[in-house]
Structure formats: structure tokens, C-alpha cells
Design a protein around this ligand. Structure first.
Ligand code: FPP
Length: 229
């Protein structure tokens, strides 16, 4: 099973407590660690975390810099945990548009974990669904593909992680009913689950609740196979 998460509400979480936004992101990182651990313990196969969108660059440099710093800290600090849990790290998004040190960090984490056969964590960083589609089309054209004869499979094969199955479930925290440019192509048939809880408050139980809701929903509509794994 593949779950994608739109980790929203860090800013509101902080605001509610009279804290600065970056404090919310710091707590958001802690929540991401809890969720990765819980997902791995549950035996989930694929988890995509929307950590930074192509649109997030519109925010103040202080905030974007802080989030990038957190990503670096996260990747460095969790290596032992990945090794122990056989977690493979991958990237979705435009690496060329990331600060070079962050792109290098993520490439290193991906290379160091690429043989691990446990859960795959896909970090969506400088990611936009439309941007991914545009880059896929450019890759196809670059391969000299006959663009007038292009098929769905050709585009799918040029996405950032073509071997990763489409998400079965897309979860969003903090109550907004929006896709926000997340996995637009891959999420065409994903079930959606929105929770009012702000991301920094998320625990493994919230993830389990989302997956339970998905399973019940799927069971109602048939499709046992879609639940597999
Ligand atoms: C959305 O909350 C959250 C983000 C834009 C950043 C998410 C980043 C992290 C949780 C840290 C990095 C994570 C990993 C896994 C390396 P918001 O700021 O849009 O909240 P708001 O809508 O309440 O303002």
C-alpha cells in the first residue's frame, strides 16, 4: 500500500500557541519522524511526504531556509534508523531547483539506502504535480519520442519514481479539502482522507485511523485487491 501525506497546519499550530511559524515546522518534523516509524512498524510499503512544494518558495526566505535546514538535519540524523528498519529514501520533485547542498544530501541518502527492502519513504521536496508532469514530457521529448503518439504508459514511465505504485490513499492534515498540486498524475484514483488535526499533533494512531477509514471505504465498494499489503 502507498500512502501520500500532505503535512499541513504547522503554521497554524504555532500561531495557536503564540509561537513563530518555524517552531511549528520543528514540531512538524518530529511528527514526520513519528509517522515514518509508525508506518514502518505497520508494514506499509510506500509513504510519500509532501515536505515542500514548488509554490512554497513564495514564503519568506527565513522560513524556506529553515525548512531546508530541517530536511538536511532529518536526513543526516535518521541514517541509523533507516539502516535498522531497512528504510529506503527517495526524492520526488525538481532536484535542479533545490539548494545544491540539499540536493546533494538527498542524493546521498537515496544512494546509501537504495538496497534497503523495507518501506520506501519518498520525500516530495520542491515538488509540484504539474511541474513533475512538465518535466516528464520534456524527458519524453528529449528521448526523441513521437509526441503525437504519446500514451499514458509513456508519461507514467517518465515520472520521478516510475516504479513506485500509485498512491492508494492521500491524507491531509489541518482540515483543508485541497490537493495543492500533490501527486496529480499518480493520485488519479487515490482515496482521500482529511483530518482536522494540525500536522504537529499527528501520531501513529492518526495514521492508523486514516488507513482504517480507507479499508472500510474500500470494503464497501468491493475491490479487495486494492487493499493488498
Ligand atoms: C505545511 O504547513 C507544512 C510545510 C510547508 C512544511 C512541512 C515540513 C515539515 C513537516 C518538516 C520537514 C519534513 C520532513 C519529513 C523532512 P503550513 O506552514 O502550510 O501550515 P499553515 O497552513 O498552518 O500555515
Amino acid at each position: 500500500m502507498h500512502v501520500g501525506i500532505i503535512m499541513d497546519g504547522n503554521g497554524r499550530w504555532a500561531q495557536q500557541r503564540g509561537l513563530i511559524r518555524t517552531q511549528g515546522h520543528l514540531e512538524g518534523l518530529k511528527a514526520a519522524k513519528r509517522i515514518v516509524k509508525a508506518a514502518s512498524d505497520m508494514g506499509l510499503q510506500y509513504l510519500t511526504l509532501y515536505a515542500f512544494s514548488t509554490e512554497n518558495w513564495k514564503r519568506a526566505a527565513e522560513e524556506t531556509g529553515f525548512i531546508m535546514g530541517l530536511v538536511k538535519q532529518y536526513l543526516r540524523g535518521e541514517m541509523n534508523f533507516y539502516r535498522q528498519n531497512h528504510i529506503r529514501i527517495r526524492h520526488a520533485g525538481d532536484a535542479a531547483g533545490l539548494p545544491p547542498d540539499i540536493a546533494a544530501e538527498i542524493a546521498t541518502a537515496a544512494a546509501d539506502t537504495k538496497e534497503f527492502s523495507g518501506m520506501q519513504v519518498i520525500l516530495a521536496l520542491n515538488y509540484g504535480g504539474r511541474d513533475e508532469l512538465v518535466r516528464a514530457v520534456r524527458r519524453l521529448a528529449g528521448q526523441g519520442h513521437d509526441m503525437a503518439a504519446v500514451a499514458e504508459e509513456d508519461i507514467a514511465a517518465c515520472m520521478d519514481n516510475p516504479d513506485v505504485p500509485d498512491p492508494d490513499l492521500i491524507v491531509r492534515s489541518a482540515g483543508e479539502y485541497r490537493m495543492s498540486n500533490f501527486l496529480l498524475w499518480e493520485g488519479a484514483y487515490a482515496e482521500l482522507y482529511v483530518s482536522a488535526k494540525f500536522w504537529p499533533d499527528w501520531t501513529g494512531e492518526d495514521l492508523a485511523g486514516a488507513i482504517d477509514a480507507y479499508r472500510n471505504r474500500s470494503r464497501r465498494f468491493g475491490g479487495i485487491a486494492a487493499n493488498g499489503g
